[in-house]
Ligand binder design. Structure first.
Ligand SMILES: Nc1nc2c(c(=O)[nH]1)N[C@H]1C(S)=C(S)[C@@H](COP(=O)(O)O)O[C@H]1N2
Ligand SMILES: [Mo]
Length: 219
């Protein structure tokens, strides 16, 4: 059972949420069956050192609530209120911040399912820290629903969503990147930086243009 409440988080109501493309469509490996009591996040920081957090440990870490826009490479975007832990604060709190300079990439691995396997992504580690990437366990003031990444999802808002793993089980600091599912299958860029262009904005119900690469902050 979750003992901490989210009531201190200002509750934002995403406009037109019913118009958002289905999260099931964007859960390539299908819905996992792990519950809160069994779930663990393992964090491999290299040099044979691994940290393990359970759900309660996670909720005790410094909490942040942020209204930020995510973008799918297939041209839709939505701004929602995310609650979780900054990637930076995670490393600080487990006492592994000194390990960060030693590695180039952050690898994220999902819980996965027995029939469709896992979803993995490799991203630039220092970039993610600079862009204030978060590990989110709640959205719009409520703990994540299963299809939206329960119990925990990683989000670097400067990158397209295919780089950000829902249903997270493991993080690894690594020196080499490999191709993720969509990079391999559809040839999406490995870097994943959001491009300046017109996107369909689900929450504002209009096409809107962003002029710079990276996180969309204009609207
Ligand atoms: N584990 C996992 N995470 C994932 C995906 C996936 O297939 N599996 N798809 C990504 C893509 S392409 C998108 S658009 C978002 C969708 O997030 P949403 O459920 O909040 O819409 O999840 C991302 N994270
Ligand atoms: Mo996506």
């Amino acid at each position: 059972m979750t003992t901490l409440s989210l009531t201190e988080a200002p509750s934002y109501k995403t406009p037109n949420l019913d118009k958002k493309p289905s999260s099931l469509r964007y859960y390539q490996e299908g819905l996992h069956t792990v519950n809160e009591a069994d779930w663990k996040l393992s964090i491999d920081v290299g040099d044979g050192k691994e940290y393990v957090l359970n759900y309660q440990d996670l909720l005790k870490l410094p909490r942040t609530t942020q209204l930020r826009r995510m973008v799918c490479v297939c041209n839709w975007t939505i701004k929602r209120e995310w609650t979780g832990v900054l990637l930076n604060d995670l490393f600080k709190n487990i006492g592994a911040i000194h390990k960060i300079e030693k590695h180039h990439y952050l690898k994220q691995i999902s819980i996965g399912t027995s029939d469709k396997g896992i979803y993995e992504s490799w991203i630039d580690l220092n970039g993610a820290l600079q862009r204030n990437a978060i590990l989110a366990y709640a959205v719009d003031g409520k703990f994540l629903p299963l299809e939206q990444g329960y119990p925990l999802r990683f989000i670097d808002f400067g990158l397209y969503n295919y780089k950000n793993v829902k249903g997270l089980a493991r993080l690894e600091l690594v020196d080499n990147a490999r191709l993720g599912h969509w990079e391999d299958l559809a040839g999406y860029p490995v870097d994943g930086t959001i491009k300046p262009k017109r996107y369909w904005s689900v929450d504002t119900r209009q096409h809107q243009f962003t002029a710079q690469a990276g996180e969309v902050t204009e609207w």
